[in-house]
Write a protein that binds this ligand. Structure first.
Ligand SMILES: Cc1cc2nc3c(=O)[nH]c(=O)nc-3n(C[C@H](O)[C@H](O)[C@H](O)COP(=O)(O)OP(=O)(O)OC[C@H]3O[C@@H](n4cnc5c(N)ncnc54)[C@H](O)[C@@H]3O)c2cc1C
Length: 446
């Protein structure tokens, strides 16, 4: 039986990062990664193959070549059992492999509610390559589509269908878009954009059943509304893939595999990362959803360094930075939104900045709306939300770092930022500084 220093189950962003990072630090370690899906993809790119922004082949990763060149063994098979006591994994054909360390990175699976009609043809979820192929197979005959769920992935699918000229209806049980992504008032800007693009919206409405003869023909909402459609995409969340861990006696709950501060499970030498684990918020310390590649890869780095250094690096929890683009609007958030902070009963002071992405007389200057959320007592930054026609990714990343470093309104007031009119507004108008000063004034601290 072959023995590995490290076996990784799952080759999503989390698993791949574990394998490659380990090998880059310990060349002499033999590392095996096992994944069950035939092709490895960039999941975040999937919706963009629907409208042809990228070709299907473009989001398929050449993991086989990449891992081989790094000296990592790849096995495309399903792990059926983990024997924690004997430190073995067993794959479908019965073959077993020994490990010194194991990292479980089995990810998540789309949540499908027990809806009447869920067995009909042309109902899809979006998680992997076959889902996109299945949609592309029928899309030629699709005139109308319904997307259920107005989270980031749902909206990206709406955008993709609309770009193909398909008549699109969005159904969401909360009465705003991006209910877990932006504060309600800011999400209103996205809602207005969807309306402007002709998307039919049913916000605050629950899908009750799907009907049709063999395949989808209509969706029925709880209030009796009937929506005719050729396909339905359910994008109402995911659940952690914990079945393997559960079977092995590893501690889990419905929110995921339970790990300690070092991302180790309750079993010696076995760690878990990514969508399959229960996550804590960096800000509140409470359990929060955080199904993001962003989280999976940082957890991977912590797990590797803890495996190699004997549990030295405490994972402080997820900040949850996230961005997307809906038609021509780039939007994102990091930390807690204003609405989330209020739901948590955190006393906050906020400041909104309506500024420009460049000095406003320069070509290409676009609006930039940013909201800063500070905890009232320490005046510590705990969240940022942003919308613009220009890319807000840099801004979300910069403030994720500020939140991670527990920066206060004073820190931001005294920070030094670059300015150059054709690229970014002039230093005297840096919105982060003016917002921080505003917060200090509101708090009576200056
Ligand atoms: C359409 C879409 C768009 C997204 N966009 C973004 C985005 O823009 N930004 C962002 O940060 N996140 C995004 N996400 C979320 C992101 O893709 C996930 O958070 C991320 O893939 C989680 O990584 P992971 O490594 O934990 O698990 P996954 O990527 O889910 O990978 C799980 C792996 O485990 C393997 N596996 C499971 N069980 C077994 C078994 N028994 N044996 C062997 N192998 C097994 C699977 O084959 C797979 O390789 C998006 C997701 C989707 C679906």
């Amino acid at each position: 039986m072959k023995k590995y220093d490290l076996i990784v189950i799952g080759a999503g962003p989390g698993g791949i990062t574990v394998a490659r990072f380990t090998k880059s630090l310990r060349k002499e370690w033999n590392v095996l990664i096992i994944r069950k899906q035939k092709k490895s993809v960039i999941p975040c790119a999937l919706p963009y193959a629907i409208d042809g922004t990228v070709k299907v082949d473009d989001y398929i990763k050449n993991d086989e070549k990449l891992l081989k060149s790094a000296g990592i063994d790849l096995l495309i098979d399903e792990v059926e059992e983990i024997d924690c006591e004997n430190k073995q994994v067993k794959i479908k054909n019965g073959e077993k492999f020994n490990f010194r360390y194991l990292v479980i990175a089995t990810g998540s699976i789309p949540f499908i509610p027990l809806l009447p009609g869920r067995e009909l043809k042309n109902i899809f979820t979006i998680k992997d390559h076959p889902d996109i192929l299945n949609i592309l197979d029928v899309i030629g005959n699709v005139k109308k589509a319904v997307v259920v769920g107005a989270g980031f992935i749902g909206l990206e699918m709406v955008n993709a269908f609309a770009n193909r000229g398909i008549e699109i209806t969005l159904v969401e049980k909360e009465n705003c878009c991006l209910p877990a992504g932006l504060s309600r008032d800011l999400a209103g800007i996205i809602t207005d954009k969807l309306k402007e693009k002709g998307v039919k919206l049913y916000l605050g409405k629950l899908l009750k059943k799907i009907e049709g003869e063999g395949k989808v023909e209509r969706c029925i909402l709880e209030d009796g509304t009937v929506i005719k459609t050729d396909i339905v995409v359910l994008s109402i969340g995911v659940k952690p893939e914990i079945s393997l861990a559960e079977k092995a006696g590893i501690e889990t709950n419905p929110g995921g595999i339970i790990v300690n501060d070092f991302l180790q499970t309750n079993k010696e030498g076995i760690y878990a990362i990514g969508d399959c684990i229960l996550k804590k918020s960096f800000i509140t310390g409470k359990y929060v959803p955080g199904y993001l590649a962003t989280n999976a890869v940082v957890e991977a780095r912590y797990a590797v360094l803890n495996i190699l250094n004997g549990n030295k690096f405490k994972f402080p929890g997820v900040v949850n930075p996230v961005i997307t683009k809906i038609f021509d609007l780039s939007c994102g958030a990091t930390g807690l939104t204003k609405d989330m902070a209020e739901r948590e009963n955190i006393e906050i002071i906020t400041s909104d900045a309506d500024v420009f992405t460049k000095e406003k007389s320069f070509p290409g200057a676009e609006f930039l709306k940013i909201r800063f959320i500070f905890e009232k007592e320490k005046l510590q930054l705990i969240g940022v939300e942003a919308i613009s026609k220009e890319n807000v990714a840099w801004l979300i990343n910069m403030f994720t770092l500020a939140i991670f470093n527990k920066n206060t309104a004073f820190d931001l007031t005294f920070s030094q930022f670059c300015g150059h009119p054709p690229q970014i507004d002039v230093p005297s108008k840096t919105p982060f500084v003016t917002a921080s000063i505003d917060v200090l004034k509101k708090a009576g601290r200056i």
